[in-house]
Design a protein around this ligand. Structure first.
Ligand code: IPE
Ligand code: IPE
Ligand code: MG
Length: 248
């Protein structure tokens, strides 16, 4: 089926997920299959990012969160980490005008303080340059770790209790969620992980409480707009119960 037929199908086939989150995995294996260095796979993964951002906007997704670099990924060989950071900077240079033109508003989620100043400035310039985009919000998770995000939230609330502006009884799920990077986003409706791995890898542990999970064996550099639309089609066939019993 062509991608426009697929798009038509998901537009009429049910609800479009408001928030899609993707664990973009498999770049290294993709490169290995071609006897090339891992960084070759990361570069190829950039094409997929471009295509999927556009496809998500076309489908009418409101928020797309892409897991690009985890806190744990800092533990990879320094040459791979530097190559990934250089690619991020390249992504910003190449895509900034296009993202803005398409109405994509970029947000960064993660520990930006750990980035090299140059990478950080590049990312911040992308955020500034695309501010106000109305079509799609793109959260780039970089140096992101969900446990740290949750611990930081707890710490901020503890500080407010200490300075007397909050009493512990006022802490509820809503207030807690407001301390997270995703404070202004709905929770992901759909989580996609490529490359067949069946794990969460420290990604959005709080926010994924009731997300539908779609794992595909496709390696990230091979992931296309058709794959995204297929995942949305799969989502539309799910019965979301949120722990309840549906009236029959
Ligand atoms: C995902 O691909 C990209 C990042 C984690 C930065 P990997 O680099 O994890 O690729 P595999 O899992 O080794 O194939
Ligand atoms: C998760 O992939 C992080 C990103 C996609 C950025 P990893 O390849 O780092 O995760 P593990 O090691 O397979 O859990
Ligand atoms: Mg991986």
């Amino acid at each position: 089926m062509s991608s426009s037929d697929l798009l038509q199908q998901i537009r009429t086939g049910g609800e479009i997920p408001r928030h899609v989150a993707i664990i973009m995995d498999g770049n290294g294996r993709w490169a290995k299959q071609r006897s090339r260095p891992r960084t070759f796979g990361h570069r190829a993964g950039m094409r997929a990012v471009r295509e999927v951002v556009e496809a998500a906007a076309d489908a009418g997704v409101e928020v797309l969160t892409l897991y690009a670099f985890s806190q744990e990924n800092w533990g990879r060989p320094p040459a791979e980490v530097s190559a990934l950071m250089a690619l991020l900077e390249l992504y910003v240079r190449r895509e900034r005008e296009d993202l803005r033109g398409k109405g994509v508003e970029v947000h960064m989620i993660g520990e930006v303080g750990r980035l090299a100043p140059r990478t950080r400035r590049a990312m911040e310039s992308l955020v500034d340059h695309t501010a106000g985009g109305q079509r799609l919000r793109l959260n780039l998770a970089i140096s992101y770790g969900s446990r740290t995000e949750i611990v930081n939230a707890a710490r901020r609330l503890a500080e407010r209790v200490l300075d007397g502006t909050l009493v512990p009884g006022e802490i509820d799920e809503e207030l807690f969620g407001q301390q997270l990077y995703t404070a202004s986003d709905p929770d992901p409706d759909l989580l996609i992980r490529t490359s067949g791995e069946m794990r969460i890898s420290n990604f959005m542990l709080w926010q994924l409480a009731y997300s539908e999970i779609h794992v595909t064996p496709v390696l990230w550099p091979d992931f296309t707009r058709e794959h995204l639309f297929g995942a949305i089609r799969d989502f539309q066939r799910r019965e979301r119960r949120f722990g309840r019993v549906l009236a029959s």
